[in-house]
Design a protein around this ligand. Structure first.
Ligand code: SF4
Ligand code: SF4
Length: 264
């Protein structure tokens, strides 16, 4: 027992120092996609009109369109960060960066191109921020998710991320919640449960969409048994893209929404 206590003392404080310092991400982390206009064949030679659309053709979720003279347009709300466009591009014009903050307040802000960057989420309006800034309880609803987004939300409660130090907590009952954090494309079987859970949360309340499925349907978009995400069903306050989003992408989005990042 003494050895265990000594070991724990030697281990010291294990919670990440984020957001005071930047997180350490793995080398293989696939962050925000970037487009280099100087390398893109379509942008370098617009007269040839969509001569190269390899990135768009290979994308499994139709997240990229290539428009003559404007080049590739990427919808991060549909992107599953598979990296296929990066590998398909003959000139390495599309690359994954290590940028992990990607959350937005508006769905349209997730559309990026070589000259349109991501408009990162602004904090909630003053009154909502006053209520939720130091205490936000969320009910997680998996509306047909594969459990990857759910796992990355769960991991935020471990000691590395320690979500509780920000006053954010996942709760079991919507009656105890200030909002919903939703994953999955909203399957037909989960639609009623989601709507009832939303109705059970007292006003004022917020809704957070986590992952490509919840934002756009992801890989399941267009299927007869899904509703292509929550956008058509509930008012969304925060979109967190990814498949699944990295825990730091989720945490960054939550803190951005609450206006709790040091540089905000
Ligand atoms: S595959 Fe590469 S070169 Fe071709 S349009 Fe896409 S980004 Fe441009
Ligand atoms: S990384 Fe995103 S945009 Fe690129 S092919 Fe995969 S889903 Fe499409």
């Amino acid at each position: 027992m003494l050895n265990v206590l000594l070991t724990r003392l030697r281990q010291g404080h294990r919670t990440a120092s984020y957001p005071k310092s930047e997180p350490i991400l793995p080398d293989r982390f696939r962050g925000l996609l970037q487009i280099d206009a100087n390398k893109c064949l379509t942008l370098r030679n617009p007269q040839k009109q969509n001569d190269c659309v390899k990135c768009a053709t290979i994308c499994p979720t139709n997240a990229i369109r290539v428009i003559a003279e404007q080049g590739p347009q990427i919808d991060l709300g549909k992107c599953i960060f598979c990296g296929d466009c990066v590998h398909a591009c003959p000139t390495q014009a599309v690359t994954h960066s290590s940028i992990y903050p990607m959350s937005t307040r508006q769905r349209s802000d997730l559309n990026i191109s070589h000259n349109k960057t991501l408009a990162l989420a602004k904090p909630l309006a003053h009154e909502l921020r006053r209520i939720f800034k130091r205490s936000l309880h969320l009910r997680q609803v998996s509306a047909g998710g594969c459990n990857a987004c759910e796992s990355d939300i769960n991991v935020l409660s471990t000691l590395t991320f320690d979500l509780g130090r920000f006053g954010i907590k996942m709760v079991a009952s919507p009656r105890h919640a200030d909002g919903l954090i939703i994953t999955g494309p909203v399957t037909e079987n989960m639609k009623l449960a989601l709507e009832k859970t939303y109705a059970a949360v007292a006003n004022p309340k917020i809704v957070i969409a986590v992952g490509a499925c919840a934002i756009s349907g992801g890989l399941f978009a267009g299927h007869t048994q899904t509703h292509n995400g929550i956008d058509n069903l509930l008012p969304v306050d925060l979109y967190i893209p990814g498949c699944p989003p990295h825990p730091y992408t989720i945490l960054d989005g939550l803190l951005r929404l609450l206006g709790r990042l040091p540089k905000q």
